[in-house]
Write a protein that binds this ligand. Sequence first.
Ligand code: FAD
Length: 383
Amino acid sequence: MDFELGESQRELRELARAWVDKEVVPHAAAWDRAESVDTAIVGKLGEMGFLGIEIPEEYGGSGGTALDYCLLLEELGRGDSSVRGIVSVSLGLVGKTIKTYGTAEQKREWLPRLCSGESLGCFGLTEPGTGSDAGNLTAKAVRGGDDWLLSGTKIFITNGTWADVAIIFARSGGPGPKGVTAFLVPTDAPGFQRTEIKGKLGLRGQATAELVLDGVRVPDTARLGDEGQGFKIAMAALDKGRMGVAAGCVGVARGCLEAAVKYAREREQFGKPIASYQLVQELLADIAVDVEAARLLTWRVADLVERGKPFGTEASVAKLFASEAAVKAANNAIQVFGGYGYIDEFPAAKYLRDARVLTLYEGTSQIQKLLIGRALTGVNAFV
Ligand code: FAD
């Protein structure tokens, strides 16, 4: 076993760290207040090659490994989870899914644009009536001659109003997961409407949208994978996506730790820095332990991915632990900041608001426990 990063990984981490400190950290609070990041950040991410990690160079990607991706997402998560989420979805859920399941033509059409940041992708699985129970989604895909006609509503779709292409999961066959097919749908297609959802607790810099498809016509060449394979594609994307979310959570917890340690050393009460009080050190130590544990669980998933081994349960373990750890870390950081933790002049409050959704999306904490429980017992307790 080797816990050391290689030279190229250390270089990538330093590059990402410096870039996030310059391009993201100074703006994160203002973007949060404005309820939108400056969308020019997408092109900048593309220029750095950050939207093409794990995508082959022949399709405009920057190559690299699952661990490289985790290193990047940790830094982005430390800077601003809204920016991390843009990458998690456009590259993690959309680009990598096209890489794995797309035809050569689909890869040529979309991957170079997604990697450069010229286009963004979104992942349309969740519906108003089916969140955790995504296998029972109700959006319809019906044949119209050689084409498909797609109708239905998707909710909470990250990048939804900014994206140029959506992976839409719709029912082309019978009930249950086996009746679902995936499609690559240009978001400017007639009948495709998008409405941004405002008033989120966190990830306020990120566009989250409702998508309504009303008879959107796409050719059969827009089908991603085989008919009836859509749910399997969605679950494979989410397994890998959970690794990236976990890495983003490590970044949140690390950001909390760094901010809280700095503040604890500077802030004086009763004539001494609060860092000198054991109860404050306990708050910091608890975050530090969680950062290390969450990072090692996440890197283990990346290692399994690279070695071509099954990693789904390990990804659930990492995502469950890291997301709950991020929430705890942000809470501890607020405690260290005292009243100043409660206002957005300091970063702890935003970390908490952003962290909360990490225990909800890409499978809630309860759903991760059911996945882990099923792997342990062989019994499906979902229904
Ligand atoms: P529900 O499934 O209704 O769950 C409600 C509660 O019931 C939860 O506590 C859950 O754990 C629990 N529960 C449900 N079933 C069980 C069970 N069998 N056993 C025990 N407990 C259970 N979706 C996308 O497709 N694409 C995106 O890009 C995307 N981005 C998102 C961004 C944000 C900011 C948010 C908030 C959500 C996003 N989502 C996205 C949707 C997200 O994945 C869902 O919200 C999530 O899967 C939960 O679904 P739900 O909200 O319908 O909750």
